[in-house]
Design a protein around this ligand. Structure first.
Ligand code: DAH
Length: 341
């Protein structure tokens, strides 16, 4: 076999080898490596072209043409493959609008707000209006007007955060009763949910910050039966038709007579269990007929107007309703807790 035919063979082989490599190339970098390997300065085809000078002149045109053809074939195979790889990449980068999106995490109402909203809704249904009062209160509204003079022993339980001698963080929403009665004339039917503060040591049932819902109704001829009727309806709607109510005498400076209201235990139905301390009853609020002195303090004539009031701890209601055993959970913002409601 002459030199020409072996060169022809060699060119064909190089061509085939290049085409095979090109067709399996996966990236631009692969293609560049192949280009350099065949067409670069020391590329296989370039080396053959260099040998052209050593060939007898009559053989040069043929081999020259074959080298050129091989070069063109390889170049165009490189280009084709390059276009293909590029289109694959673009395909991968294109946004597929049919893919399911990343669902945003939905927020939800804090369990305490859920309970307060529920309480509001029940009382709105009974003709009550929702009002709010300031969290920073005067000693007058928080204590004096509610019949709690400076030396009164109940102040011990209402140790508060004082801002000045006579301005403090309110210890009870009862202060809103005074503000409402000062600013309008009866008939009055309001509830006042809100935050209250006491300088209490924190434990499973005590917190320096908690929530109450206050209620007040003032009208002509309001009696203790109205109080019992309204609160019984409330409890049935809040805890279920089957709850029974119990009213026991209690003492609050701003009501007379006063009572604490309990419901039959919603866990055991009254049999006695750990939640109700084996008593069968759960205390849920304080209440009573508005003290005549409180009515006088706001300029109402107690012979003309009577009223009842009540106050409940929102955390306590939520704890009973959902079986939560530690009041601290409400303030900790632990999503593992909050997500359960
Ligand atoms: N303010 C009372 C407390 O914080 C709760 C309360 C009891 C409110 C009786 C009332 C009521 O309106 O009539 O302990």
């Amino acid at each position: 076999m002459g030199k020409v035919s072996s060169l022809q063979e060699e060119i064909k082989r190089i061509e085939r080898e290049a085409e095979e490599l090109i067709s399996s190339a996966q990236s631009e970098e692969d293609l560049e490596r192949i280009r350099v390997g065949f067409l670069g300065k020391k590329g296989k085809l370039t080396l053959i072209r260099r040998e052209l000078g050593n060939l007898p002149p009559e053989e040069r045109p043929l081999i020259g043409r074959l080298v050129n053809e091989a070069q063109e074939k390889i170049s165009s195979a490189l280009e084709t493959r390059y276009a293909f790889i590029k289109s694959l990449l673009q395909e991968r980068e294109r946004i597929d609008v049919s893919l399911p999106g990343i669902p945003p995490r939905l927020g939800r109402k804090h369990p305490l707000n859920q309970v307060i909203d529920e309480i509001k809704e029940i009382f709105i249904g009974l003709g009550f209006e929702v009002v709010e009062g300031p969290e920073i209160e005067t000693e007058y509204h928080n204590f004096i007007a509610l019949n709690i003079p400076p030396e009164h022993p109940v102040r011990d339980e209402h140790d508060s955060f004082y801002i000045t001698d006579d301005i403090l963080l309110r210890t009870e929403t009862s202060a809103v009763q005074i503000r409402v009665m000062e600013s309008r004339q009866p008939p009055i039917r309001i509830i006042a949910p809100g935050r209250v503060f006491r300088r209490d040591q924190i434990d499973a049932t005590h917190s320096h910050t908690f929530h109450q819902v206050e209620g007040l109704m003032v009208d002509k001829g309001v009696t203790f039966s109205d109080l019992k009727g309204v609160l019984t309806l409330f409890c049935e709607r809040m805890f279920g038709k089957n709850v029974r109510m119990r009213f026991r005498p209690d003492y609050f400076p701003f009501t007379e007579p006063s009572a604490d209201a309990s419901i039959s235990c919603i866990i055991c139905g009254g049999e006695g269990c750990r939640v109700c301390s084996y008593s069968g009853w759960l205390e849920i609020l304080g209440c009573g007929m508005v003290h005549p002195q409180v009515l006088r303090n706001v300029g109402y004539d107690p012979d003309e107007w009577q009223g009842f009031a009540f106050g409940m701890g929102a955390e306590r209601i939520a704890m009973l309703k959902y079986g939560i055993n530690d009041i601290r959970l409400f303030l900790e913002n632990d999503l593992r807790f909050l997500k359960q409601f």
